[in-house]
Design a protein around this ligand. Structure first.
Ligand code: GDD
Ligand code: MN
Length: 394
């Protein structure tokens, strides 16, 4: 990119303007593949926030389309533009939290970067939280006077209605749109409790309201939820799953950590897969009477069961990579093969722990069922610890 002297003059002006007034508002824009929306968003913020000292923070998860590069390019000549580029991470909620914690501004807003949220609402929202009358202002797609027609997604509108009712029940927070990604609050409100936010999924607003100790006074603004400007939604495929995971996290996450619960559920499905695969192999592939060619019955069984275990292990690896560790997902042939092999070793060690501890418990006279269940739990914890550290750890 070429920087001209007029760019530099403009940058100097912007820097002087910024330095002459203390920062009032930070706007955090989590991004994933939003390169084409970056410049236009900044222009809209500039227009909406003409009388306010603001900065914008793009929190980009290393988007392949070069969103971070684009934000940095604009940041060169405009110090109000900042960019946090996260490597090897994914997630809307954690991006929002990190962005909110990274500013010195007394007030912080979070919005979508795809133009679905109208920045013209920001000044009114700022007024609501700086007046001291409200702790949090947010834009609701479902408040009176709001609209979602332009969104063009009746399926999502319906799903949101149901999700909102469940979310309100679970958290005791009554909002028309607890899943909204457009809100503003004083940074101090958040800072003390930021470490207690889960960072899982996308329901960050709900999480803030349910986590902060005292009840927050909330001001609702009706939003005309627009159509996305460029690119496509990232939440479409995962929105239901993430919602359920988020609910679990809030309910039971402190007792059994969410990631471990997911890992355990995937493991349980793996058991079913192994049984199913074994059945198919014995009945349909290894011949009629469970005997393959001139193999003995036990050789046939053990071979089939080993294959079934490898199939189940592979199934678990794929599912854990997609769901349990979606924020650290391994991609590309090399990393996937290495991860699969490491997961295989981890599972073998886990199996030894499982069977070994059950055997020890049994010899000291513990009841069979308790010994076996304890073995399964110890084996799973071991698997989980090793996988988190070696397969999906960095
Ligand atoms: N850093 C980061 N990491 N940003 C992300 C990620 C991620 O993994 N996933 C999505 N984003 C960013 C997008 O780039 C966009 O700026 C914003 O988060 C919203 O994502 P969309 O993909 O546009 O979501 P949507 O329009 O389908 O979902 C809307 O409804 C949700 C609730 O139903 C949004 O308004 C969400 O904010 C809202 O929670
Ligand atoms: Mn969107």
């Amino acid at each position: 990119m070429k920087i001209t002297s007029s760019d530099l003059a403009q940058a100097a002006d912007a820097a002087a303007a910024v330095a002459s007034r203390p920062l009032e508002l930070a706007v955090v824009l989590p991004t994933y593949n939003e390169r084409k929306n970056v410049a236009t968003m900044i222009a809209r913020l500039e227009k909406a926030l003409a009388d306010i000292a603001w900065e914008v923070i793009f929190v980009d998860d290393n988007s392949p389309d070069g969103t971070s590069d684009e934000a940095r390019r604009l940041s060169l000549t405009d110090p109000r533009v900042r960019c946090i580029q996260r490597i090897g991470r994914r997630g809307l909620a954690s991006a929002a939290i990190e962005g909110m914690c990274s500013t010195a501004a007394p007030v912080v807003a979070v919005m979508d970067a795809d133009h679905q949220h109208d920045p013209e609402l920001l000044p009114q929202m700022l007024m609501a939280v700086t007046s001291g009358e409200y702790d949090l202002a947010y834009a609701s797609r479902f408040a009176e006077g709001a609209s979602t027609e332009a969104w063009g997604r009746p399926d999502r509108v319906k799903a949101s209605g149901l999700a909102n009712r469940i979310a309100n029940k679970v958290t005791g927070v009554e909002l028309t749109d607890p899943m909204s990604g457009f809100f503003m609050l004083r940074t101090e409100t958040l800072r003390n409790d930021a470490h207690r936010l889960s960072g899982v999924g996308f329901k960050i607003l709900l999480d803030i309201l349910a986590t902060v100790d005292r009840p927050l006074r909330v001001k609702e603004f009706p939003l005309n939820f627009a159509a996305r400007a460029e690119g496509e939604s990232k939440l479409d495929q995962t929105v239901v799953f993430e919602f359920l995971v988020g609910l679990y996290d809030k309910w039971l996450g402190r007792i059994i950590p969410t990631r471990f619960a997911l890992f355990g559920t995937v493991g349980g499905l793996g058991v079913l897969v192994q049984l199913g695969a074994l059945w198919v192999l014995l009945h349909h592939i290894f011949g009629e009477r469970f005997v393959y060619g001139n193999w003995s019955e036990s050789t046939t069984f053990n071979t089939a069961n080993t294959l079934a275990a490898v199939i189940a292990m592979t199934f678990n690896f794929v599912l854990n990579n997609e769901l349990t560790y979606s924020d650290k997902r391994l991609r590309g042939f090399g990393p996937l093969m290495r991860g699969w092999a490491q997961f295989g070793v981890t599972c073998s060690l886990g199996l030894l722990t499982n069977v070994g501890s059950a055997a020890v418990l049994k010899t000291i006279g513990i009841h069979d069922v308790i010994a076996v269940v304890t073995g399964i739990i110890l084996g799973s914890v071991w698997n989980f610890a090793l996988s988190s550290k070696f397969v999906w750890g960095k």
